[in-house]
Design a protein around this ligand. Structure first.
Ligand SMILES: NC(=O)c1ccc[n+]([C@@H]2O[C@H](COP(=O)([O-])OP(=O)(O)OC[C@H]3O[C@@H](n4cnc5c(N)ncnc54)[C@H](OP(=O)(O)O)[C@@H]3O)[C@@H](O)[C@H]2O)c1
Length: 343
C-alpha cells in the first residue's frame, strides 16, 4: 500500500506559547488554525499511521491552539489531542501488529484534527467491537482523569466530595463513578439547567452558584456531608470561597482553569492551622507514572463502563473539517456535549 505523504488538517498557525494569558474560549479560531494539506513525516520505529474517524474538541485543545496550554505548539502541525481511527500502517513489530485495528489514540507525533495522524503504537488502545466510535473518540483524556480524580476523592476517607463544573463531560463521568462506588458527591454548576440530570447521574446535592440562595445551600451541604476534597476545573472566587468554607484537612485539586479571573486566597491561615492544601492534577504526568499493567487495567475498566452504558459521551455536533473553523465555537458554546470533528 502506498502511504499518503500529506494529509488534510486543521493546522496550527503559530508555534510556541502565547505571550499573554489566553481565555478558555477564543473569540474566533481563524487566527490560530487553517485548513490545509500538511506533510506527513516518515514513521519511525514503534509509530503507526491512523486514518482518523472522529476527534473531539476538548477545553485543553482550545487552550492549546491559542498557545495557553502546558506544552508548546509546532506551527504547521495538526491540532487535536485525542481521537479514534483505524491503523493503516506501522513501523516495527508492535506497530505492525496494530494494522487494521480500530484504536483510540493520542496524537503524539501529529495532531488528531486531520484525515491522518501519527501516534506511538504503545499509546494506542485497540477498541472492543461493542464500543461506539463516539465513545472511542473521547476515551482517554476525560475517562482516565475521572478514574484518577475519583481515587483522590475516595482516599480522603470522606463519603462525600465536591466536583465543580459538574455538568462538563468529565464532571458527569465522575458523578457516575462516584455513585457506583457508593459515594455522595456534591455537584457545583453555574446555572440551574443541568440540576435534574446531575441528580440522575448520582449527585447527592447540586449547588448552583448563579442562584440567590447559593451561600446558604452550600453551607448546609458542607455541614450535612463534610466533604474533604474539592475537584475543580474553574479556579474562580466562588471556588476559593467554597474551599475556605470546607472542613479542616480539605484539599482543593485544581485540574482546569476555565474561570477568567484568578481568585484571591483570603484565608492563608487555614493552610497553617487547618491543614488545608491546594494541589494540581495533570493526566499527562499522572498516567505515565503508572505501570503498564495498571494502565491496561484502567483502560479495560474505562472500555467496560462505556460498553455497558454506565458511561456515555454526549455529542453536541459532528463537523467535517471544512466546517470546523467556523463551526466549532458556536457548537461548543451551547454546552450541550462534545463537538466532534469527522475528517
Ligand atoms: N488536568 C487534566 O489532566 C485534565 C484532564 C481532562 C480534563 N481536564 C479539564 O476538565 C475540565 C472539563 O473538561 P470537559 O472536557 O469535561 O469539558 P466540557 O464537557 O467541554 O464542559 C465544560 C464545562 O465547563 C463549564 N464551565 C466553563 N467555564 C466555566 C466557568 N467560568 N465557570 C463555571 N463553569 C464553567 C461549562 O458549564 P456551562 O454548562 O455552564 O457552560 C461546561 O459544563 C476542563 O477544564 C478540562 O481542561 C483536565
Amino acid at each position: 500500500m502506498t502511504l499518503p505523504r500529506t494529509t488534510t488538517a486543521l493546522a496550527l498557525r503559530d508555534g510556541g506559547f502565547a505571550k499573554t494569558p489566553v481565555p478558555q474560549v477564543p473569540e474566533t479560531l481563524s487566527p490560530h488554525l487553517e485548513l490545509r494539506e500538511v506533510p506527513l513525516p516518515d514513521l519511525t520505529d514503534g509509530q503507526v499511521l491512523i486514518e482518523v474517524t472522529l476527534a473531539p474538541v476538548n477545553p485543553s485543545d482550545l487552550f492549546f491552539v491559542q498557545g495557553g496550554y502546558g506544552q508548546p505548539r509546532t506551527a504547521g502541525l495538526a491540532a487535536g489531542f485525542e481521537g479514534v481511527g483505524r491503523v493503516v500502517a506501522g513501523k516495527g513489530k508492535t506497530a505492525e501488529a496494530l494494522v487494521g485495528q480500530r484504536v483510540s489514540f493520542l496524537g503524539t507525533r501529529t495532531g488528531t484534527w486531520a484525515a491522518h495522524a501519527i501516534s506511538d503504537a504503545a499509546l494506542c488502545i485497540p477498541l472492543r467491537k461493542d464500543l461506539q466510535d463516539t465513545d472511542g473518540a473521547a476515551l482517554i483524556v476525560n475517562p482516565l482523569t475521572a478514574v484518577a480524580l475519583l481515587e483522590t476523592a475516595r482516599d480522603s476517607g470522606a463519603k462525600s466530595f465536591i466536583v465543580n463544573a459538574a455538568g462538563s463531560q468529565l464532571g458527569r463521568l465522575i458523578l457516575g463513578l462516584a455513585r457506583d462506588e457508593g459515594l455522595q458527591p456534591i455537584a457545583l454548576i453555574r446555572r440551574p439547567g443541568d440540576r435534574e440530570a446531575l441528580h440522575g447521574l448520582g449527585a447527592a446535592e447540586v449547588l448552583v452558584s448563579g442562584e440567590g440562595d447559593f451561600a446558604e445551600a452550600a453551607q448546609k451541604a458542607l455541614k450535612d456531608h463534610k466533604p474533604r476534597v474539592l475537584l475543580d476545573a474553574v479556579g474562580d472566587q466562588i471556588t476559593a470561597d467554597l474551599f475556605f468554607a470546607m472542613p479542616r484537612g480539605a484539599v482543593w485539586v485544581s485540574y482546569g482553569k476555565m474561570g477568567s479571573e484568578a481568585p484571591q486566597l483570603t484565608q492563608m491561615g487555614q493552610f497553617i492551622f487547618m491543614d488545608k492544601r491546594i494541589e494540581g492534577f495533570w493526566l499527562s504526568t499522572w498516567l505515565p507514572a503508572k505501570s503498564a499493567a495498571r494502565r491496561a487495567e484502567l483502560i479495560a475498566r474505562v472500555q467496560n463502563r462505556f460498553a455497558s452504558g454506565a458511561w456515555s459521551t454526549r455529542i453536541a455536533a459532528t463537523l467535517p473539517l471544512p466546517d470546523a473553523i467556523e463551526g466549532i465555537l458556536p457548537a461548543y458554546r451551547k454546552s450541550a456535549g462534545k463537538v466532534l470533528l469527522a475528517p
